[in-house]
Design a binder for this molecule. Structure first.
Ligand SMILES: *[C@@H]1O[C@H](CO)[C@@H](O)[C@H](O)[C@H]1NC(C)=O
Ligand SMILES: *[C@@H]1O[C@H](CO)[C@@H](O)[C@H](O)[C@H]1NC(C)=O
Length: 372
């Protein structure tokens, strides 16, 4: 039956067209921007406050600092939750004073894609765990990392993964598919969004603590970074005896932005101090494994700050007496990519897709002579 052949052909054309259309839709979905506005908290659907309508909930900036760790939070865009998810540690006090959102009230623990196999034997043979903070839609950034410096994932002494927050429904299939192909995407439970970056970092720490606790060093980095892994291994080896330390580009005496227009706005409720504690900037920092659990444990009771570097390597680390050490090799910025700069440095920021390949080639060109 010749007739059948024509039909089958047409059908396969149709199928191809349908596949193409789906692909286009997926691509469109991937591009759909819509990062939610900064600091836009979800309406808290949880328990209603014990007393009806706390006065002064639209908090003023007059933060009385004393209040139990928790200086009150004020942000014109936030209605403070007077009754956070009930926790044994928060005693129900008079609701008169606005309270900050505590990190434990927003963090969703656990991973929907944990991939424990990415760290065999809980990291007993791993020298370095590399976790790359990434967003569901950043497919091509992940691709470029895999094709370049992410190659070091092939080593048995390195454990490597991307970490995403919970993707929007529209992206779930694409993330599943990508992960089915590469098996390197850990997915946390907190909603993936810019203001939840801190939660993503906590999700990394939780993963490290749960699935890879024996790896002695953790690098937290982002998907727009170039990491010189051999150099980083040398750096870590030269400091093998250090404990409770974070290394990176350490910033001193940075002031919180108090204007709500700033991308980096922090309300006095979230951070009442005048100056941030020293912190290592977010694009890449290395920490000793013994810092991971204390950081995680301390996070819950602290007011949520959505600047992940300030919160984790500044506020929490300072509180815990975890050292922050500046290391010039963590450029954490864009650099003129001379092969020697690439070979000497550890972390370069703001790397676009095509630049990953350029940096990778410069790292491995095998001919440039650089004074080490
Ligand atoms: C952040 O994550 C929490 C936990 O999943 C979620 O309830 C909240 O809506 C997220 N916030 C934003 C702005 O996406
Ligand atoms: C770490 O300590 C051991 C024992 O004291 C010493 O032999 C080694 O050289 C030290 N390593 C580094 C990198 O300082």
């Amino acid at each position: 039956m010749v007739v059948g052949v024509g039909g089958a052909l047409r059908r396969s054309h149709l199928a191809a067209l349908a596949a193409l259309a789906t692909l286009l839709l997926l691509l469109l979905a991937a591009r759909a921007p819509a990062p939610p506005p900064l600091l836009r908290p979800r309406p808290a659907p949880r328990a209603a406050p014990p007393a009806p309508a706390a006065p002064n909930t639209t908090a003023p900036h007059t933060a009385s600092r004393a209040a139990d760790t928790a200086a009150p939070r004020s942000s014109p865009r936030t209605s403070p939750r007077t009754s956070p998810r009930t926790s044994p540690k928060t005693s129900p006090k008079t609701p008169a004073r606005p309270r900050p959102v505590l990190t434990r009230d927003v963090y969703e623990a656990g991973h929907s894609r944990p991939h424990p196999e990415l760290c065999p034997a809980l990291g007993a043979h791993v020298r370095l765990l590399v976790l790359v903070s990434s967003a569901p839609s950043h497919t091509s950034a992940r691709e470029a990392v895999r094709l370049t410096w992410g190659h070091y994932a092939a080593r048995r002494d390195i454990s490597f993964a991307f970490v995403l927050g919970d993707p929007p429904a529209s992206m779930r299939a694409a993330v599943d598919e990508e992960d089915a192909l590469y098996g390197d995407i850990i997915v946390g439970r907190s909603v993936d969004s810019y203001s939840n970056l801190t939660l993503k970092t906590l999700s990394m720490l939780e993963w490290a603590d749960t699935y890879c606790p024996r790896a002695p060093r953790l690098l937290k980095t982002d998907d727009d970074m170039f990491i010189n892994v051999p150099r980083l291994l040398q750096f870590a080896a030269a400091r093998a005896n250090e404990t409770r330390t974070v290394w990176g580009k350490v910033v001193h005496k940075s002031l919180p932005k108090r204007t709500t227009k700033s991308k980096y706005y922090v309300s006095p409720l979230q951070f009442p101090g005048r100056v941030f504690p020293d912190f290592a900037t977010g694009p890449a920092y290395l920490m000793t494994a013994d810092a991971v659990r204390p950081l995680l444990e301390a996070a819950g009771a602290e007011p949520y700050v959505r600047l992940e570097d300030v919160f984790v390597t500044g506020v929490l680390a300072a509180k815990l007496g975890i050292k922050r050490r500046h290391a010039a090799e963590f450029y954490n910025k864009k650099v003129a990519a001379h092969p020697c700069a690439v070979q000497r440095g550890i972390a370069i920021h703001m790397v676009q897709y095509h630049e990953q390949f350029d940096l990778w080639r410069k790292l491995l060109d095998g001919k440039t002579k650089c004074a080490s």
